[in-house]
Design a protein around this ligand. Structure first.
Ligand code: ADP
Length: 220
């Protein structure tokens, strides 16, 4: 693995999170170099990923020897061992990797990772917990929130819109949300237009500020 391509990704820590990232990247056609200090895990993943190495990623020299400095992207999936996670991010940033992603298990951990050189910090458990909270009552069928308080959800059509075109229903002026798509039973999603008629049982893809979208889903 001496000269990784532009889209090659270094994935460190092949636990539940890191291995899922590595597998998805491989499926998307990216070259992946997986690193873990656990020999059993390395052995297990060697069958499913092309390049897997057993190494301690907190060691800058070890990473350099493995060619880590040539990667444009790295994902650190170490969570429970906060010290190893921080030292690994530090080592990657010493190698000037331009795009470092790291998983954090708490806000404090995340703040340290940002200070240490991570360009993106993700909180898989907090994010998923929030998502499930939105879905568990059944009002939203899917929920995605972006960093800046903007969300896209899948929800049922509210009764006030049934039998009307989107222009007539005027959901944007009444509720501050935009209908992006409409799905009728047995058909694919179609992009919403002002002429789209909403029928009973339709599902809507709705975007807007998170609080507006939440309030809209609550009336459905
Ligand atoms: P998950 O919850 O996603 O399974 P864990 O934190 O439990 O995440 O798993 C982290 C993985 O990272 C483990 O497989 C562990 O062996 C690996 N790991 C931890 N420290 C290091 C390190 N210094 N170098 C390489 N791999 C490490």
């Amino acid at each position: 693995f001496t000269s990784p391509g532009n889209n090659a990704v270094l994935v460190i820590g092949l636990g539940r999170f890191g291995s899922s990232v590595a597998l998805s990247l491989a499926r998307l056609g990216h070259e992946v170099l997986g690193i873990d200090r656990n020999a059993d895990l390395v052995h297990e993943w060697a069958e499913r990923l092309t390049h897997v190495v057993e190494a301690d990623a907190t060691n800058t020299d070890t990473l350099r020897r493995l060619g880590a400095a040539d990667f444009d992207h790295a994902v650190v999936g170490i969570g429970s061992d906060v010290e190893a996670s921080v030292l690994t991010v530090l080592a990657l940033s010493e190698l000037n990797i331009p795009d470092i992603w790291a998983k954090a298990i708490s806000d404090k951990h995340g703040r340290i990772l940002e200070r240490t050189g991570a360009h993106h910090v993700v909180y898989p458990e907090a994010t998923m917990g929030e998502r499930v909270a939105h879905l568990v009552t059944g009002k939203m069928i899917d929920f995605i929130e972006f960093d800046d308080g903007f969300a896209i959800v899948k929800t049922r059509a509210p009764s006030e819109a049934i039998g009307k075109t989107l222009a007539e229903a005027a959901l944007r002026s009444k509720h501050g949300v935009t209908i992006v798509g409409v799905k009728r039973a047995m058909t694919d999603f179609t992009h919403a237009t002002p002429e789209t008629i909403v029928e009973k049982g339709d599902l809507l893809i709705v975007s807007g500020p998170t609080n507006k979208v939440e309030a809209f889903a609550a009336i459905t």
